[in-house]
Write a protein that binds this ligand. Sequence first.
Ligand code: G1P
Length: 298
Amino acid sequence: MVAPIRKAVFPAAGLGTRFLPATKAQPKEMLVLVDKPVIQYGVEEAAQSGVPNIIIVTGRGKNAIEDHFDVAVELESFLTQRGKTAQLEEIRKIARAINVAYVRQGEPLGLGHAVLVTKNLVGNEPFAVILGDDVIDANPPALRQMIDVYERLDGPVLAVERVPREAVSSYGIVAFDDTENLGKGVYRVKDLVEKPRVEDAPSNLAIIGRYILTPDIFAALEATASDRTGEIQLTDGLRRLLKERPIYVCEIDGVRHDTGNKLGFLKALVYFALQRPELAVPFREYLESLDLKIGAGR
Ligand code: G1P
């Protein structure tokens, strides 16, 4: 039996400059897709994948995240008095399903550093990392698909997706071995490179924001130098770890939205709104009524 995945780390200390001014006084993780903050999609995915312990890496100005996952006593008694049981159930559900711990990153020194500050909270056990910007609609949930691979192969598993060649410089890119038969969409990693130039990329298989890591990643990250922007990259830590143990990637069967940029965010908003039974019909009608010629619709 492999050690179970009990904890999921959510790096959430980033400044969210792409969404200014919306993120001036509000964490970007709290931007709303229909009626749920982006980070809640990831937290629900972890819970639905059987991982109830959430570690959120925060920084200054992120208090709204802590309030969101806390019990809201006044709100609950207000909703109880008014008999608003559906809303009451909705806000209680997530708080009951998970345990959350917070740790501060202190300085924004990169994704590898964000993972490193969770070392004491994670301890000596395998764990998941979820980048909340990447919202994945999948059944079974993306993290569950990865845990299934982890349980079979007993090693770190990274979620990947094929991206257009011209997009490789936005991602960690993986060189992989497809001669071994490890299951559909599962490969052994040969090398990894963070945000390569198009001409240097070893493939178009990109790491998307889900990782199952083993605790030896912490020593690897401690030994990893900062890149030229002064950040410690998780990809570089994994590259170091690869010298010591096999690492696997798993193509996720699902739809991923990168909500970390405006266009991706808008696409996700429309996608998830169309999935809501109460919104699907009137929202579709509205979208179909729009004049979609460029410059029209004003
Ligand atoms: C991070 C990682 C990168 C990964 C990406 C997925 O980059 O460093 O390897 O491909 O997340 O979303 P970021 O998007 O934070 O720049």
